[in-house]
Design a protein around this ligand. Structure first.
Ligand SMILES: Cc1cc2nc3c(=O)[nH]c(=O)nc-3n(C[C@H](O)[C@H](O)[C@H](O)COP(=O)(O)OP(=O)(O)OC[C@H]3O[C@@H](n4cnc5c(N)ncnc54)[C@H](O)[C@@H]3O)c2cc1C
Length: 484
């Protein structure tokens, strides 16, 4: 799988070079290869072991990205028992992921798609007249260099700082230790809040467990590395759940520290450069959503890069699509996180909870629904591998706008409903589907979307456009899009 290009006056050259072989780098590399580019992926496996919980949506995203090797290395799906504000719930599920095994599967998925994969540590990245040149060490400390016209930065939180204009939430560090349990049990995970932070426990089902303590790590809040073990033990002693979960457990190895605060890079995109995954924006691990976000943005990236390379005249469109997508997701995730921290009301004056309950701002995470609100706007969207401008329907729950549900475009469907009333939803779906070439079942899903947003309504057994908001929307389209 791994070929080491030695340093030479003419290093190997690819269309695109992806730095970092985590979920974002691999999904982006596969997508770019599928778009017809020669792609190299350079990444060093993680130097530490890590276990994380994968949400159901992230697992689906990996599946739709074709990462079957990684998918096959997922661990057990477990219930996550969360104790927050004194209440315990087990409503959420997550899949345990051994990141070293999973990431090795990801690299195989990249190679299987025809990406040139190089297990190597990147030391230097230079911009040249022809694009980019990257040098580093591979294998037995062998020097390599490699060149490309376009660079994708996907080295996660280890990527160099992301330029001016970025954002950083309250500094947080995860302190993690592995434990041997007195007896093996079924795999499970649990999360709990305590006075100065929160913690995550994962019984791996092998007689070993992980216990992760999240601590504030702004200036002076955390000791230097030699003091971390004592700090971790002191915190553990303040967590009532830890006494139960780790009863008679023995520590295995030292305490590992991982930066974990929310970060948004200032520079996300340039004419020959893009950041993706945690290198673009990293969210608070409390969301359990980091891998999902990394995969989701990586799935969107190939159309952006394709537009930058093959339609440079549409660069501004591609940039605004990507920037909006990343920034709005980051903001929404931060506000959802803030509300979750606020929901824990037992220690409002402790600096850990006070800082996180106030950041990033006071705006609602989700605007309240208003059925008058749908608007028509011409916005950049991803279509057939490029970023193009399309009329989209903007609603409070979809501030970036929606132009199709699944494959079914919404405006043509609304126009069809406007001219073809008094049908059952199934008949309307079958007729529009046959005319426009979509499966009736997909059209029915799009009809439900319109109905839920007050743009279509069911009257008796029939479906029709809602006379007020939908007709207004279509009328405005006759006179051109409502917003540029
Ligand atoms: C403490 C903690 C707990 C988390 N728990 C969860 C969870 O439970 N669920 C969840 O969904 N998400 C979780 N996350 C988030 C998740 O880890 C990330 O969001 C996700 O891995 C981002 O993917 P990525 O591909 O962008 O970056 P990464 O997965 O970090 O991949 C980057 C890759 O680049 C490589 N690399 C870095 N520097 C170099 C270099 N110089 N040379 C070569 N290679 C390099 C790294 O080794 C790595 O393989 C957690 C994060 C933290 C910090």
């Amino acid at each position: 799988m791994t070929q080491v290009p030695q340093t030479s006056p003419t290093p190997p050259r690819h269309d695109v070079l992806v730095l970092g072989a985590g979920p974002a780098g691999v999904v982006a590399a596969r997508g770019l290869r599928a778009a017809g580019y020669s792609v190299a992926l350079v990444g060093a496996p993680r130097p530490f072991d890590a276990f994380e919980g994968l949400s159901e949506r992230a697992a689906e995203g990996l599946g739709s990205a074709g990462c079957h090797e990684a998918f096959g290395r997922l661990g057990a799906e477990v219930r996550r028992v969360a104790t927050w504000n004194g209440e315990t719930s087990d409503a959420n599920r997550e899949t345990l992921v051994d990141r070293q095994a999973f990431d090795a599967g990801l690299r195989r998925d990249a190679a299987a798609a025809g990406v040139a994969v190089l297990d190597a540590r990147i030391k230097r990245v230079e911009e040249t007249a022809e694009g980019w040149r990257v040098t580093g060490r591979a294998g037995e400390n062998q020097a390599f260099d490699i060149e490309a016209g376009f660079l994708v930065e996907a080295r996660g939180r280890a990527a160099p700082a992301g330029g001016a204009g970025g954002r950083r939430g309250p500094a947080t560090t995860a302190l993690i230790r592995r434990w041997r349990l007195p007896s093996g049990g079924a795999p499970r995970t649990a999360l709990a809040a305590f006075e100065s932070g929160w913690c995550w426990f994962a019984d791996l089902g092998t007689g070993e467990a992980l216990f992760q303590v999240m601590a504030a790590s702004g200036s002076g809040e955390l000791p230097a590395r030699p003091g971390l073990e004592v700090f971790y033990d002191d915190r553990l002693a303040t967590i009532p759940e830890a006494a139960v979960w780790l009863a008679e457990a023995a520590p295995l190895g030292g305490v590992q520290a991982r930066a974990a605060g929310p970060v948004l890079a200032g520079t996300l995109l340039g004419p020959t450069f893009a950041r993706v995954g945690d290198a673009a924006f990293a969210v608070d691990p409390l969301s359990g959503n980091g891998m999902f976000q990394a995969v989701a943005v990586a799935l969107a990236l190939p159309a952006v890069v394709n537009t930058l390379i093959r339609r440079p005249q549409d660069r501004a469109l591609a940039e605004s699509f990507y920037r909006e997508r990343v920034e709005q997701t980051f903001q929404r995730m931060c506000r959802v996180g803030r509300d979750f921290y606020r929901a824990e009301e037992r220690w409002p004056r402790h600096p850990f909870w006070r800082a996180r309950a106030a950041w990033p701002d006071e705006q609602a995470a989700h605007e309240p629904w208003d059925s008058e609100a749908p608007k028509l706007s011409a916005r950049p969207v991803s279509q057939d591998g490029f970023i193009v401008r399309q009329p989209v329907i903007v609603t409070p729950d979809h501030p970036r706008g929606v132009w199709r549900v699944g494959d079914v475009p919404l405006l043509p469907l609304m126009e069809f409903l406007a001219g073809d009333e008094s049908q059952s939803p199934a008949a309307a779906a079958a007729k529009f589907g046959a005319q426009a070439g979509y499966p009736a079942v997909s059209v029915e899903t799009a009809l439900s979307w319109l109905t839920h947003r007050g743009l279509a309504e069911r009257v008796g057994g029939t479906i029709r456009l809602h006379p007020a908001p939908a007709a207004q929307l279509l009328k405005r389209q006759d006179g051109g899009p409502a917003e540029a």
